[in-house]
Design a protein around this ligand. Structure first.
Ligand SMILES: [Fe+2]
Length: 368
């Protein structure tokens, strides 16, 4: 039996040998020119995906030009993650914004994918005014809007309705033109928890195993809103009402699983597990259906991608905090860890456009 003292003596000697061997190995590696890909393990790639996205951003959180513009407008930027998430200090959204400020915020959103503000004392109309700077708004047909303003959705969770947005998703993929982004404000905060996580859909795409990426490149799927109709029960809706809804709001729209961001031209992994029909995947080049088994396997492999902490940043809400995320660039996940307490957010969504995938938009970067 080895005593503790003997074990430690051997461990110290071994550590010296391991250290020397590693020093030699590192010196050899430094003499070689390695790509980012070669520096990361092949079997676990999220670190690689983030590094690639950061490199594409010029190895900086934000471009110099935008940093200068923000400073000139007296904004202080606090970045939450290396490739996504920026808390913007120095702005009171109760006051109207001029064109220059809106242009600057839009650029920060495009570069950082999700932006945040603290301590905003604004009413629903002012929230709508803020969101409207960035486009037209989308009303939400499956939740009643604010009494005064139908574009403001109150997302209320508490003892009788625990939080249920705790899965990675991008909003409203059942729409033909899913919302560009969402602006949400915290109205009631639970004493603990209730954070929202955001995941970088571009880094996710870049870090995806090559085989999976090649397999999914031309695959599209059908999305619908059956979950809101009560898939396994009536959900309180009569057959007549369900038919009426389906006759006015398209039920079943095809979107690509990889989406080209219409402004930055970057590719994002684009999937919402609640809305995509599990058997619906098909190859856009020949319309061939993949079949239920293959479709389900691909969807489950894709869903694992966002679920890797490297891609994420986490936002801790305070009363009055606002988050504005780009649905074309991030997924989000609302933690449901505050039962039986209440959490209330007010959300406004900004109209987007039809998702498309330009297969050449990222090829140059990936092979470069
Ligand atoms: Fe959501």
């Amino acid at each position: 039996m080895v005593t503790n003292a003997q074990y430690n003596k051997m461990a110290v000697k071994t550590a010296e040998k391991v250290h020397k061997a590693r020093q030699l190995w590192k010196q050899n590696l430094q003499r070689q020119t390695r790509t980012i890909e070669q520096k990361f393990p092949k079997n676990y790639r999220p670190g690689f995906g983030v590094a690639m996205e950061y490199e594409r951003m010029g190895n900086q959180h934000i471009s110099e030009e935008l940093s200068d513009l923000s400073l000139s407008l007296n904004l202080r930027l606090e970045h939450l993650g290396i490739t996504l998430g920026t808390l913007i200090h120095g702005l009171d959204l109760a006051k109207p914004l001029d064109d220059n400020m809106v242009r600057c915020l839009r650029k920060i959103l495009l570069e950082r994918k999700v932006i945040f503000f603290r301590n905003q004392v604004i009413d629903p109309e002012e929230l709508v005014r803020f969101a409207s700077y960035f486009g037209e708004l989308d009303a939400f047909p499956f939740g009643k809007g604010n009494e005064k303003n139908p574009f403001v959705l109150e997302i209320i969770h508490g003892e009788e309705s625990p939080g249920n947005q705790n899965g990675w998703h991008t909003d409203v993929t059942w729409m033909e033109n899913p919302s560009l982004g969402s602006v949400a404000q915290c109205i009631v905060l639970p004493p603990y928890g209730g954070d929202t996580l955001f995941s970088d859909s571009h880094a996710c795409y870049l870090g995806m195993p090559t085989k999976l990426r090649d397999k999914v490149r031309y695959i599209w799927g059908e999305n619908d809103y059956r979950g809101f109709l009560g898939e396994h029960s009536s959900g309180g809706l009569s057959e007549e009402l369900v038919n009426e809804i389906k006759s006015v709001i398209p039920f079943g729209v095809n979107h690509p699983l990889f989406r080209t961001h219409p402004e930055t031209k970057k590719t994002a992994l684009y999937i919402n597990p609640s809305f995509i029909r599990p058997e619906s995947l098909y190859d856009i080049r020949n319309d061939n259906k993949l079949g239920e088994s293959v479709s389900k396997t691909i969807i489950s492999e894709l869903l694992k991608q966002h679920n890797q902490p490297e891609y994420t940043c986490r936002f801790k809400w305070e009363k009055g905090s606002i988050a504005f995320w780009d649905n074309r660039a991030v997924q989000h996940f609302a933690t449901s860890d505050y039962y039986p307490h209440q959490r209330v957010l007010r959300r406004v969504t900004i109209s987007g456009d039809r998702p498309y995938f330009d297969s050449e938009s990222d090829d140059t970067y990936l092979s470069g």
